[in-house]
Design a protein around this ligand. Structure first.
Ligand code: GUN
Ligand code: FE
Length: 459
């Protein structure tokens, strides 16, 4: 595991998320990372001739300076609030299905294979490598229902140094005979026995093991991650399983699972009363647009959720979603918001600044991919933006021609973008990175100051 050598100072272009409507694009930023991997200090605009003076003012004259090249920039690492590690081998398969058939035909057969611990280890090694190299510094992972295989996933994530929440699946009914837990109690016991990543409690997660009248939460400090209101047939089936509950959201609420540490994936078809309940309980939503399009689940009206003040992050939902990269989720979140805006446009006559019925701006997309995700998993005081005392979880992106992405060829950074001087040009760099970038443009990935991935680490 390689670390930043000692206290290190980056000098160059920095993108810093702020709110859903604003972010900082700082072409000449100085950012200092301490031994502990936390950000020591940050100076937003330092012209070159003042560099030494500012460094000495901070007592950092002998720090290692990492000067970013033209076309390179730092931004907080991506937060993936919902993905399934064991489904990565299925990426791109089963395009013909909607959710329930896809679970039965494609997903559960693959997940069942993780009973084989050698297979689990070999697969998870590659899965986590790929997700880290996609720029995801914090990831909410589902494993399978197998305790041992999920513990292997935890070990591998820990050895790579990624920040993560990991949960084994809880599944005790409506599953295949070879992929089911013996009882809800056994499932809860196994969840309690699951190992967690240092410093982070592991989540319990629910697929279908709820029994009415029992509390399903293993431990109130755990993050709970689950699916909600993803697909019409799934909603009908859920209501059939829980006739005593007034809505899908009410199922979780009645079982003590809806709270500030709950991550609800999809939330495509929530009724008004459910939106109100989710907000009241301060649960977060993982917006998974790639999966929602791919499984024909629907289009989440994410602007409406944002208008209601609900915490929202992005999720890749592999392999409902066919890409493990949050960049793809950003692209599809943009398209999803445009589809909603086409179908139910915002009333443009008033002065309302609503998100509903409008396309998501670059600031909003950036927020969802970083700070919003951090809020959803309760880490907003540690990650999601750059500030003194926060962890240095970051990616070093590049739109340089030599980053090797043909999608970005033809961009002459010095002449055309003037990245190093011009804040407006940096806005354009971020937009191009979001819409044409991929993991070739993610040169380095840092978690808690440690360089754990990216193209340059693989070379
Ligand atoms: N609902 C229950 N399990 C799953 C899953 O693995 N993926 C998705 N997208 N929805 C689910
Ligand atoms: Fe999912």
């Amino acid at each position: 595991m390689s670390s930043l050598p000692r206290s290190a100072v980056f000098y160059g272009a920095v993108i810093n998320p702020q709110t859903l409507t604003a972010y900082q694009a700082l072409p000449n930023c100085l950012l200092s990372v301490g031994f502990d991997g936390n950000i020591d200090w940050l100076e937003e605009d330092v012209p070159e001739y003042l560099l030494q003076e500012v460094l000495s003012r901070h007592g950092s004259s002998d720090a290692d300076i990492i000067t970013l090249k033209h076309g390179e920039f730092l931004m907080p690492g991506f937060v993936d609030t919902h993905t399934h590690a064991p489904q990565v081998p299925n990426l791109g398969s089963g395009q013909q299905h909607e959710l329930l058939d896809w679970l039965a035909e494609v997903t559960f057969p693959m997940e069942a294979k993780f009973k084989d611990l050698d297979f689990a280890r070999r697969t998870y090694e590659k899965v986590v490598r790929r997700i880290v190299d996609s720029g995801t510094t914090t990831c909410c992972y589902y494993g399978t229902l197998h305790l041992e295989a999920t513990n292997i996933l935890v070990d591998i994530i820990h050895s790579y140094g990624q920040r993560a929440f990991v949960g084994k699946c809880n599944m005790d009914r409506n599953c295949p005979d070879d992929y089911i837990e013996p009882s809800a109690d056994a499932s809860m016991e196994a969840t309690k026995a699951q190992s967690s990543l240092p410093g982070l409690p592991s989540p319990a997660l629910a697929r279908s093991s709820l029994r009415s009248g029992t509390s399903a939460r293993a431990d109130p400090s755990l993050l709970v991650q689950t699916h909600i209101s993803e697909n019409e047939a799934e909603i009908v089936f859920t209501k059939h399983l829980f006739p005593e509950c007034s809505s899908y959201a009410d199922v979780y609420d009645k079982h003590g699972l809806l709270g500030p540490r709950t991550v609800l994936a999809h939330a495509v078809h929530l009724h008004e009363s459910e939106v109100t309940l989710v907000k009241q309980r301060d649960a977060g939503v993982s917006h998974c647009p790639t999966s929602n399009f791919n499984l024909r689940s629907g289009v989440c009206p994410v602007g409406k959720l944002l208008d209601r003040g609900i915490k929202v992050g992005l999720g890749t939902d592999v392999s409902g979603g066919f890409s493990p990269s949050i960049l793809t989720a950003i692209q599809h979140a943009s398209i999803a918001s445009k589809v909603v805006a086409l179908e139910t446009p915002a009333d443009k006559s008033g002065t309302s600044q609503s998100f509903a019925g409008r396309q998501l701006s670059i600031a909003a997309l950036l927020h969802l991919a970083t700070l919003g995700g951090a809020q959803v998993c309760g880490l907003q005081s540690r990650i999601g933006s750059f500030a003194p005392g926060k962890a240095f979880d970051a990616l070093l992106g590049s739109v340089r021609t030599d980053a090797g992405n043909p999608g970005l060829w033809g961009v002459d950074c010095d002449a055309e973008l003037g990245v190093e001087r011009n804040g407006a040009a940096l806005y354009s760099v971020l937009e191009r990175f979001f819409f044409t970038g991929d993991d070739r443009n993610i040169r380095k990935v840092y978690v808690q100051g440690r360089w754990i991935g990216g193209v340059e680490r693989r070379q």
